[in-house]
Every structure is written in structure tokens, then in C-alpha cells.
Design a protein around this ligand. Structure first.
Ligand code: AMP
Length: 249
């Protein structure tokens, strides 16, 4: 069974985001970019399936600028077999990404698609669900455990206040949550080997998908700064402030 893993190039999670001066978005000049952390978990899971003999091939796909090759090479160094880059300019909305992924699925015919549960730049948490709807496939989101047997997948989902175990029929869409696994670091020899692995480049036109944006971002703002705290001299003063200033007791 082939496993397809979509990976997005996003601002590295360690970077302190700055809102651009005109409030239209995030300042991306000279900012470190990396693979979306949930997508690293998805790649790790697919590679583990291959190592266990359950998956026959792991194909990774990214939709973005030419520089998105870097995250594809990282995925190849982690153990993916082959990569596809669909080049686009600017940002792509989840529905556009889902439509392009539907085209990739039609060509590649994977038995399983593992996405990240969300991209940490737009925090949309939509692409996997939209892809599942477009394909008419089962979906298991927020996965913290995946067990494949025959044409079924048993997935443990992280839901509010606990875990939910579900079974879905394959082919299926799974989205990876934080506790699914701990992704490996790519070793230097594997980084070198990844340079020779196949990376195909395509365009949205190859899939007949219009990438024009349909959503307009009106304004992006920094969160309000936190006010400095105060030191109180006694429990009585604390209670007085909580009661008469904060009004919380
Ligand atoms: P989102 O719905 O934007 O929060 O993204 C959820 C998941 O969809 C990500 O973790 C990726 O697996 C996938 N995805 C979103 N955008 C892209 C993209 N431009 N290229 C490849 N995969 C993507």
C-alpha cells in the first residue's frame, strides 16, 4: 500500500512572529522556514509503516514556492521514497490545497493519506477534512495511534477530555496529532542520500485547479501585550485586590 503525505513549508515554530507594518499579514523577510511540525509526525508515521512492511512506498507532496523543495528533501531524508512539488506563488487556501491533493491522489492511488492536523501558520485545520469530502473517503482526524489491518484502520483520536477509538475503511484520510509519535532526526548519510531521491515538479495547471484566493484577510494584529504584575504585601491585601480591583471573588 502506498502512503501519501502532504507537507507544508511554514515559519519555523521557534521564530517569534512579527506582524507586517501594514497589518496585512506576517513579516516573512529573513525568517527561518521549516516543515510544519505536525507534517513531520505524519512523515514519521508513514516511514514507520514502511519499516513495518505495511506500506510499500511513501510519497510526499508539497504545494508552495520552489523553496518548498527543502521540506521535501527533509522528508526524503527521514525515509520517504519520492517527492512531488506543485509550485505556486503566494499562499494557497486549504480548499485549493485539497483540490490539488485530490489530483495527486487520482494519479498516485495511495491507500492512505496522512496529513498534519493543522498548519501552524494559518491554523486552519481544514485541509484533511476537505480532502476527505472531495474524495468521498473516510476520515480519522487528530490521530494519536494508528493500527492497520486488512482494509481497515483503527485510529485513536484525541478529543476534548479524552480519547476516542474509531475504525475506518481504507482508503482513508488520517490527520496526525502531537502524540502520534516523536519524529526522528535525519542522519547526515540520509540527508546526502535524499539528494538523489526523485523529486517531480508540477503546476496547478497540470491538475486543472484554479489557485486564485477566495478568502480575503482583512487585518492581522499582534495579541494585546500583558500588563505587568504587582507584588502584594499580605494575604489580606491580595484578597482585597481580588475582591475590589479585579472583581473575581
Ligand atoms: P491546514 O488545514 O492549513 O491547517 O493544514 C492541515 C494539513 O494539510 C497540513 O498539516 C499539511 O499536512 C496539509 N497542507 C496544508 N497546506 C499544504 C501545502 N501548501 N502543501 C502541502 N500540504 C499542505
Amino acid at each position: 500500500m502506498k502512503v501519501l503525505v502532504p507537507v507544508k513549508r511554514v515559519v519555523d515554530y521557534n521564530v517569534k512572529i512579527r506582524v507586517s507594518a501594514d497589518g496585512s499579514g506576517v513579516d516573512l523577510a529573513n525568517v527561518k522556514m521549516s516543515m510544519n511540525p505536525f507534517d513531520e509526525i505524519a512523515v514519521e508515521q508513514a516511514v514507520r509503516l514502511k519499516e513495518a512492511g505495511t506500506a510499500s512506498e511513501v510519497v510526499v507532496v508539497s504545494i508552495g514556492p520552489a523553496q518548498a523543495q527543502d521540506v521535501l528533501r527533509t522528508a526524503l531524508a527521514m525515509g520517504a521514497d519520492r517527492a512531488i512539488l506543485i509550485t505556486t506563488e503566494g499562499t494557497t487556501e486549504p480548499l485549493t490545497v485539497a483540490k490539488l491533493l485530490k489530483g495527486v491522489v487520482a494519479e498516485e492511488e495511495p491507500g492512505l493519506v496522512i496529513l498534519g492536523k493543522q498548519a501552524i501558520d494559518d491554523d486552519c485545520n481544514q485541509t484533511g477534512q476537505m480532502l476527505s469530502a472531495l474524495l468521498g473517503w473516510s476520515q480519522a482526524t487528530f490521530a494519536s495511534e494508528i493500527e492497520l489491518s486488512g482494509d481497515m484502520a483503527k485510529v485513536t483520536r484525541e478529543v476534548d477530555g479524552g480519547l476516542q477509538a474509531i475504525e475506518v475503511t481504507l482508503p482513508a484520510i488520517v490527520t496526525a496529532d502531537l502524540r502520534l509519535n516523536e519524529p526522528r532526526y535525519a542522519s547526515l548519510p540520509n540527508i546526502m542520500k535524499a539528494k538523489k531521491k526523485p523529486l517531480d515538479t508540477k503546476t496547478p495547471e497540470d491538475f486543472g485547479v484554479d489557485v486564485a484566493r477566495r478568502l480575503n484577510v482583512l487585518r492581522v494584529e499582534e495579541p494585546a501585550g500583558r500588563q505587568a504584575g504587582v507584588k502584594v504585601g499580605s494575604v489580606a491585601e491580595l484578597l482585597d485586590k481580588l475582591k475590589n480591583e479585579a472583581g473575581v471573588i
